[in-house]
Design a protein around this ligand. Sequence first.
Ligand SMILES: C[S@@+](CC[C@H](N)C(=O)[O-])C[C@H]1O[C@@H](n2cnc3c(N)ncnc32)[C@H](O)[C@@H]1O
Length: 243
Amino acid sequence: MDGYTASTYGDRIADLYDELYEGPPNPRQLDTLEELARGGRALELGIGTGRLALPLVARGVTITGLDSSSAMIERLRAGDGGADLPVIIGDFAHFDLDEEFDLVFVAFNTFFALLTQDDQLDCFGSVARHLTKDGMFLIEAFVPDLARFDRGQRTSVSHVELTRTVVDVSIHSPASQRIDSQQMVVEDGLPVRLLPVSVRYAWPAELDLMARLSGLRLLHRWGDWDRTPFGDDSMKHISIWGK
Ligand SMILES: C[S@@+](CC[C@H](N)C(=O)[O-])C[C@H]1O[C@@H](n2cnc3c(N)ncnc32)[C@H](O)[C@@H]1O
């Protein structure tokens, strides 16, 4: 998508994000992130509006955020506990903070917002440089399912309400492992809103290789936040690497 940058997604969706992804986060997800932070410091890549970070801060977890979108961070600042949360505006492919973390995590498929293999590999390198000796890096991401696409395209509907519907359209490029999508918000009496999102997907094995190239090794891989062992039927994975 021409003109799409690291901040496009967040800047375009910020005012609607919490409404489209409403509801409290999975408590098992919060339990796991709290446990892995082990009373130390956590860094969330792509912290967004603080959907996960703010409930974790409420549990006493010390969190720093990194995000490319000032519009998303403005929303986070307005949330409970968001005013004082340390956030760096920047690209999580390449970062250099003067700190080490016990846990670095990137949830909700956000790692795939990095649109090239080089950027994804650089992110692993950046993370490895910021982990404490026994620090951990956690990614929550979908397992690519190419059967979703018919001749490289997919159309689906994510919300149907009385005066509003949200239609998702995507084009898939297997050669670049990219999916370019628009969420089209159609609301009675209002102009159509376009919420663009591009991802570069990767299979778990490719992520393991990136980890290995960055001096990290796989510690755990689960199919969900209940820690179901990852297997052939898993539609997502929660992967944790350490030094
Ligand atoms: C799907 S939202 C996830 C927000 C939050 N982690 C959650 O689970 O609700 C993705 C976030 O990643 C941010 N983001 C996308 N690409 C980025 C990049 N290259 N560097 C930093 N942040 C990025 C977006 O601005 C957005 O806030």
